[in-house]
Ligand binder design. Structure first.
Ligand SMILES: O=C(O)CCC(=O)C(=O)O
Length: 321
């Protein structure tokens, strides 16, 4: 479509504003690393200092009082959960819910005895693929209710701060090769590490102008009898917007503007809790056999959410050639 000189000028101005916005927001709102808190906050303090300004922090020793911290070894989990069937995400490369070639590919969801899964993590059994217990539908309460007494059903000060209970309590246990690709969620996320370490790479929502999204047909991995994986295209489903960029190894030729971001990187250790605010982009890696539990509280669909939607729409609109 032909544009008049005034329209072209307006478009250039919008592009200029969007390109300047991430740095302006960073300087105004964020520190260069994720701050640590050394004591549990009051609900009011937490809401005022962290949730409302949408800033991440790590609360040291936040879950030191949970029995899980002392009890949850792989041997204990084997004893308690035993051979019950659980859902395990299996992929050829460790990337579940990620872009592969021209698809958005989801893992093969395998139901297997928990003890077999542990055999794989402990390398007593070698099978093709990378295995990760990571089903995000409150799998701790749904699939592992026998473990609930060792943790808390909610984080009391967060429930009080937000005036609601968590929508989901998730359990994560997997191999070091299992990686969670860069994405964001509409949850206030309290991420607690019980054993091992999780490595997070974070971008504030204000980095959206430099974070590429593309549309991909959804597909699912499926392992064949010879141990190789095929990608099964879900022909009836609609395309999915996803981030094709690997922040640890960016394709600079395709996404040169990503160089203008400054991601925050942090490691969450056993006993600590990361507050990962809603709409923050995150990429997650872990030490082998890391055990974690997280609480997803639905975000408020308030003006902040609307501003993000506007940023997202403008970013998409000016990309349109
Ligand atoms: O621990 C992981 O692998 C991913 C966590 C995550 O993406 C989340 O809590 O939203």
């Amino acid at each position: 479509m032909a544009e008049t000189g005034a329209e072209e000028e307006a478009l250039r101005e919008v592009r200029r504003c969007l390109a300047g916005f991430p740095a302006e927001a960073r300087e105004l709102c964020f520190t260069e690393s994720v701050p640590y808190l050394d004591s549990l906050p009051s609900p009011l303090e937490f809401f005022r200092e962290w949730v409302c300004p949408n800033k991440p922090c790590i609360i040291q020793n936040a879950i030191k009082h949970w029995p899980a911290l002392k009890k949850w070894t792989l041997a204990y989990l084997r004893d308690i959960v035993n051979s019950k069937l659980v859902s395990v995400a299996v992929t050829p490369n460790g990337y579940a819910d990620a872009v592969y070639q021209d698809w958005f590919v989801m893992p093969e969801e395998r139901h297997m005895p928990f003890s077999t899964f542990l055999d794989i993590v402990e390398k007593k059994v070698i099978l093709p693929g990378v295995f990760y217990v990571q089903k995000q539908c409150s799998n701790l309460t749904e699939e592992f209710p026998e473990l609930m007494d060792d943790v808390e059903p909610e984080i009391p000060w967060m429930s009080q701060a937000l005036g609601k209970k968590p929508d989901a309590v998730n359990f994560w246990l997997g191999e070091s090769t299992a990686v969670t690709s860069l994405h964001k969620d509409h949850y206030e996320n309290l991420y607690c590490v019980i054993s091992g370490e999780k490595h997070f790479l974070l971008h504030p929502p204000s980095d959206r102008p430099f974070i590429p999204y593309e549309m991909y047909p959804p597909a699912t991995y499926h392992m064949l009898e010879d141990g190789s994986f095929e990608v099964v295209d879900d022909k009836t489903a609609e395309k999915v917007p996803w981030i094709p960029l690997d922040p640890l190894n960016p394709d600079w030729e395709r996404y040169p503007e990503y160089a203008q971001t400054k991601p925050l990187q942090c490691t969450v250790k056993a006993g600590d809790m990361l507050y990962l605010p809603s709409l923050w982009f995150h990429h997650v890696r872990q030490s082998h056999g890391c055990i974690a539990v997280n609480y997803w509280y639905d975000m408020e669909y308030d003006l902040k959410y609307s501003y993000y939607q506007l940023l997202d729409s403008l970013t998409k609109a000016v990309e349109l050639k």
